[in-house]
Ligand binder design. Structure first.
Ligand code: IMP
Length: 189
């Protein structure tokens, strides 16, 4: 079945035959991301932090978050993966590393969603070993299952139910990343 999109007025979206209902509108997302940007600006204004965006899912969130950060900063990207379709594979692999030196830097990890926490747990361990000046994590979304791998996430956009979600960078088998709001799955097939 082809993906069907609609306007941004809160209708259902269908991707690869799964249906998704609105969870957060574009306006709600924009508002929350600006709040997070303001909090980070307050804390890091004089530190020239390095934002590390975890690809692919966090690219939309990171793009908005760094523009809501009102002070000098740098940005880097890392690609990790633990998902295939709508199920976690249970494996975390580094696919693409970071080239910037991390020692002595103030690092802000930008993640799209913390599900089990496995991805972050793995990545934060790696970053700690690089001896940064400080390390904090910002996740756009967090599920209740995040407790499986306890990781410190200092800033969370929204805590959400344990449902598969798409939009604002998050995909279902490649589709849905360009939806401006967040949608949750309505039925399991
Ligand atoms: P974790 O390692 O189990 O915390 O999984 C984190 C990664 O899985 C995220 O960075 C996402 O890329 C992906 N993921 C987890 N839950 C969802 C979801 O509901 N929709 C889309 N991707 C998800």
């Amino acid at each position: 079945m082809p993906p069907s999109f609609n306007d941004d007025s809160g209708n259902l979206v269908q991707l690869h035959g799964l249906r998704f209902a609105p969870l957060f509108s574009e306006a709600q997302v924009r508002h929350r991301v600006r709040e997070l940007g303001a909090l980070l600006t307050e804390r890091y204004a004089d530190e020239c932090p390095l934002f590390i965006s975890i690809l692919s899912g966090a690219f939309v969130f990171a793009a908005d978050l760094i523009r809501a950060f009102q002070a000098p900063c740098e940005v880097s990207f890392v690609k990790l993966s633990s998902y295939s379709g709508a199920k976690s594979t249970g494996q975390v692999q580094t696919v693409m590393g970071i080239d910037a030196p991390l020692e002595g830097r103030h690092l802000i990890v930008v993640e799209d969603i913390v599900d089990t926490g496995r991805t972050l747990h793995f990545f934060l361990e790696y970053l700690r070993a690089q001896r940064p000046a400080s390390l904090c994590t910002v996740a756009f979304l967090r599920k209740p299952t995040a407790a499986i791998f306890p990781v410190a996430v200092e800033y969370v956009g929204f805590d959400i139910p344990d449902r598969f979600v798409v939009g604002y960078g998050l995909d279902y088998d490649g589709l849905g990343r360009n939806l401006p709001g967040v949608y949750q799955q309505t039925e399991v097939e």
